[in-house]
Design a binder for this molecule. Structure first.
Ligand SMILES: [Fe+2]
Length: 265
């Protein structure tokens, strides 16, 4: 979603919308899914597990987008949209505002199997699409897209933090214990364990104003996670005056980062 150059290029679908994945790409998908399915029971939230069941993704090959679309259409009316590896913010928000979730159609190489900063098809489909079958998550993401599309570049930087601490790195504090709903965590085996089991990160109840004011880095395990009690809390957040909170966050300024500066020796 940034404009930095990518070494990856999205694969183009043919005239029937089908992408010809290679055996090696399908094998990488298989290995990523198999590893993550072993880890997530008892860690991913119930809504995510239900979404996985509904999507019923193939394990041995990368799903075609129409297979995902059939389920999203029937549950929340969302779709996935095929995009280049990196797209401008304008396009990102425009798609979300139209209930289209951007999916770059490339998959990481073996060399970057464990860690990849760019969102590949495994992150987008395995990480995010299960929750897109959930009405609260779908509604929040739609509202976010509409607000972001209308926002100024400076406001978008604030909005991006709310997205980061919910859609990407959100946790739930349920009666059964901590659970994950953020797709950035659920597509990373290392962070799936760290986010729930490590005593290093802080975990605080989410207030949107705090999230808007919290700096983050995309290249480290998160030092702080924000928790909701229920995925349905996203309905209430979506209906808040988020842009008024953005203005308030701008006036109050950012919190002190809980991580070292990126270029510290
Ligand atoms: Fe993502």
């Amino acid at each position: 979603m940034s404009k930095k150059a990518s070494k990856y290029v999205s694969k183009q679908p043919d005239e029937h919308g089908i992408i010809a994945w290679t055996d090696e790409e399908n094998q990488i998908w298989h290995d990523l899914v198999a590893r993550q399915l072993e880890i997530i029971p008892g860690k991913a939230c119930d809504e995510y597990m239900e979404g996985l069941r509904l999507l019923d993704m193939p394990r041995d090959r990368i799903p075609q987008l129409h297979e995902i679309n059939d389920v999203l259409q029937a549950t929340t009316g969302w779709q996935v949209a095929q995009v280049p590896a990196l797209i401008p913010f304008d396009e990102f928000f425009r798609l979300l505002a139209n209930k289209q979730f951007p999916v770059a159609t490339f998959i990481r190489t073996r060399e970057e199997f464990d860690y990849l900063q760019e969102p590949d098809i495994f992150h987008e489909i395995f990480g995010h699409c299960p929750l897109l079958t959930n009405p609260a998550f779908a509604h929040f993401t739609h509202q976010y897209g509409k607000l972001g599309y209308a926002a100024s570049p400076k406001e978008r930087v604030y909005l991006a933090r709310l997205y980061w601490f919910t859609v990407e790195f959100g946790l739930l504090k349920t009666a059964e214990g901590l659970r994950i709903y953020g797709g950035g965590i659920l597509s990373s085996p290392g962070e799936t364990r760290y986010a729930l089991e490590s005593d290093k990160p802080e975990r605080q109840p989410l207030t949107p104003l705090d999230a808007l004011r919290t700096p983050y880095r995309i290249d480290i395990m998160q030092p702080i996670y924000y928790t909701l009690e229920n995925v349905d809390d996203l309905f209430a957040i979506a209906d808040m005056d988020i842009m008024a909170l953005v203005q308030e966050a701008m006036e109050l300024g950012l919190f002190e980062p809980k991580f070292p500066p990126k270029n510290a020796a």
